[in-house]
Design a protein around this ligand. Structure first.
Ligand code: SF4
Length: 341
């Protein structure tokens, strides 16, 4: 990982949000931004994530994540569907970034993750968005899939914090991450919300084109726990316990994936005990385009989910979240209409 050379205070260029800019002007703005905030070298030869594409994103090239150096997002709004200690009553201030380095075949957000729906925003605009979400009453800033925009997001967070951002920052990721990239976020993130999707190579290869997913995600989670080793909660205005610092690892149970889910839970408990929280999710919803994956074309049965919860309790997992009832509805996917950008 190249080191950052320039400091963001070096140059005072005024960068405009690039929503309606022609592509060339947008990339020129991206170069100025990268120089100003000190991440030009990183973007010229991108190895931010384990895909190691080595593309020059500042010249408009895109790697596996599908994104140039210009930040792109599809929505920035209060979001009520995270774990209760994240959403609270007032909602989490979620910024959904476009593109994804993982692109799982069953992704519920494939319109933004794979098809890249969204619009460009500058670093300055992103900082303003964080502050506006705080003014709107958000319990936290929730960065959803920021991996491929880490240097840009870190610059926006520093700017927002200098201008009064006080609420916790949540880093919400599929965990196909490099520890050295996560280190760029050290001190800026209060809560890590990583997935641990698979416990073995086969599903990582089949569903995410990442046979190294488990080892990679395990190293990423280790770095997150190193940065934020203890969970801290405070009672919010509505009387709910809200997380202020900590790590919650999510695992989405896949149909027919009970054995792999058990591997994931056993690994997390044996490695971290009750230092982390584990969220066992049953909201898997089959989306379109799964013709080649007939085993994924159904929901997870109630009994299979209950058996997995019994297994987790048997392991001794105490700090956890489970989902009650049928939460698997496609309507839970938000509108990717540029709200709040
Ligand atoms: S962030 Fe994107 S371009 Fe960079 S290595 Fe990862 S997938 Fe490739």
């Amino acid at each position: 990982m190249p080191s950052e050379k320039k400091k963001e205070t070096d140059k005072p260029e005024k960068i405009k949000a690039g929503e309606n800019m022609p592509a060339e002007a947008g990339m020129h703005a991206a170069v100025l931004e990268a120089r100003r905030f000190g991440y030009e070298e990183i973007m010229r030869d991108c190895t931010l994530c384990p895909r190691n594409c080595h593309v020059d994103r500042l010249s408009g090239k895109k790697g596996y994540c599908g994104q140039t150096a210009r930040i792109r997002a599809a929505r920035a709004a209060l979001h009520y569907w995270e774990e209760p200690c994240i959403s609270g009553e007032k909602g989490s201030g979620a910024v959904f970034f476009s593109g994804c380095p993982l692109r799982c075949v069953f992704c519920q957000n494939s319109v933004i993750a794979e098809e890249g729906a969204g619009q460009e925003v500058s670093v300055e605009r992103l900082a303003e968005i964080f502050l506006r979400l705080q003014t709107d009453g958000a319990n936290n800033i929730n960065l959803v899939t920021p991996t491929h925009f880490v240097p840009q997001t870190a610059a926006a967070l520093r700017m927002a914090k200098r201008n009064g951002l006080r609420i916790p920052v949540v880093y919400n990721t599929g965990s196909y991450e490099k520890p050295e990239t996560l280190k760029l976020m050290e001190g800026l993130v209060d809560i890590y919300l990583p997935d641990l999707k698979y416990g073995s190579a086969e599903p990582g290869k089949r569903y995410s084109n990442a046979p190294d997913y488990f080892e990679t995600a395990a190293s990423a989670i280790a770095e997150m726990v190193r940065q934020v080793p203890e969970a801290v909660f405070e009672e919010g205005e509505e009387g709910m316990a809200l997380m202020k610092r900590g790590v919650i690892v999510r695992h989405l149970v896949l149909p027919g994936g009970s054995m792999d889910s058990r591997r994931v839970l056993r690994f997390l408990h044996e490695t971290y005990g009750n230092r982390i929280y584990i969220s066992i999710m049953n909201q898997y919803t089959p989306m379109r385009g799964l013709e080649g994956y007939p085993e994924l074309n159904r929901r997870v049965g109630r009994r299979a989910y209950d058996r997995l919860i019994d297994f987790a309790i048997g392991l001794g997992i105490e700090n956890g979240f489970i989902q009650e009832g049928g939460t698997a509805k496609e309507s839970f996917v938000p509108l990717w209409d540029g709200t709040g950008l």
